[in-house]
Design a protein around this ligand. Structure first.
Ligand code: PLP
Ligand code: SF4
Length: 341
């Protein structure tokens, strides 16, 4: 390496980008030329759930715009500290279905594995912001037990890597786990739910492709992209790499007030996904998690938006509007309110 030279952007690896994420609200505000008056509330709210935003995500935000839809997803604000009786710590009762460390088995045929407790970004609306991930950092023995659980239940046709963000795990860990799962004959599919490529597209490397796609299992990936501005050319090429490796690309978004709760934003997101060969899968209404009240969109508005989307786009670019209901056997669809002629 030549001393004093700057590494070209492409050569910055994802681990350094992850480690170099911005966690200090003061730095975030100054990098975006935002009003320093936002600092007090940001500090107070980040004491409970810290700020975390990686550089490639920051670079897609507009300077000087306090209402930027990407910024709103990551900036801690004072409203998070308000108490509301309907917004609680564990709205989905997951801490009950999490009977064994590392496993969430709620739905028939599908089992969710908490592959990594870490995330590359802290999303302020996150329904797992109070989840006890420290209890889900598995030892080798616990991984063996989780695999035994899958082996012993032949109704499990699909294993879903989740988190936190599963792609925060190393490629070595992912390769080992995927090989072990592929050895279980009744498992037919592998799915990865991740937001990491959205915030750090550099995460999609040939090592990752080898780790995920090196077995007999068909692989799908559900990206968590909430706004068209997130789909820049770098993410576009990461998606291209995944598609070329045969990964089926889907997206799920969360309906968020002030981010994507209008028809233009939803159409733009679906079109941008379609341009990149990604199918919109789900649009989630917000879980009632404590601290996320300010993102709430009421059901009537959500269902009307969903109806407007049907009137504007081909059916395959319209995500299904759903909610999570504790104890339900699947996600619960909210029927769209159809627009009359
Ligand atoms: C959403 C979810 C799944 C996957 O459900 P699909 O409808 O197949 O996408 C599986 N397990 C849990 C716990 C989930 O929350
Ligand atoms: S990446 Fe997903 S799990 Fe992690 S903070 Fe964001 S919404 Fe939550």
């Amino acid at each position: 390496m030549i001393h004093g030279s700057l590494a070209p952007v492409e050569s910055v690896n994802w681990q350094s980008l992850l480690a170099g994420s911005i966690t200090d609200p003061r730095i975030l505000l100054s990098r975006l030329d935002l009003d320093p008056a936002l600092l007090g509330p940001a500090r107070a709210a980040s004491a409970d759930f810290s700020l975390r935003v990686p550089e490639p995500y920051l670079s897609r935000m507009q300077r000087g715009n306090p209402t930027d839809p990407l910024l709103r997803q990551v900036l801690p604000v004072g409203e998070e500290l308000l108490e509301h009786p309907d917004f609680v710590l564990d709205p989905l009762g997951e801490q009950q279905t999490n009977a064994r460390p590392g496993i969430i088995h709620k739905y028939h045929g599908r089992l969710l594995l908490v592959v990594s407790g870490g995330c590359a970004v802290n999303c302020r609306y996150c329904f797992r912001r109070h989840f006890p991930y420290e209890d889900n950092n598995l030892s080798t023995d616990e991984w063996r037990e989780a695999l035994d659980y899958i082996r012993q239940d032949d109704s499990i046709a699909e294993v879903i890597y989740s988190g936190g963000d599963p792609l925060a795990a190393s490629d070595r860990r992912l390769a080992w786990l995927t090989r072990e799962i592929a050895d279980i004959a009744h498992v037919r599919r592998l799915r990865v739910h991740t937001r990491l490529p959205v915030v750090i597209p550099q995460r999609v490397t040939s090592e990752l492709i080898d780790a995920l796609c090196g077995t007999r299992l068909p692989v799908s990936m559900v990206l968590h992209c909430n706004h068209a501005n997130e789909l820049d050319s770098q993410l576009g090429s990461a998606i291209q790499t995944l598609r070329q490796a045969g990964v089926m690309l889907l997206n799920q978004a969360v309906l968020l007030r002030g981010v994507n709760d209008n028809i233009e934003a939803q159409v733009a997101l679906s079109e941008a996904l379609g341009d990149n060969g990604v199918l919109p899968y789900y649009l989630h209404v917000l879980d009632h998690v404590k601290g996320a009240q300010h993102f709430h969109v009421d059901d009537d508005t959500a269902r009307r938006l969903s109806g407007e989307l049907l009137a504007r786009l081909p059916g395959f670019l319209v995500p299904r509007l759903v909610r999570e209901v504790a104890g339900a056997t699947s996600k619960t669809p909210l029927p769209p309110t159809l627009i009359s002629q």
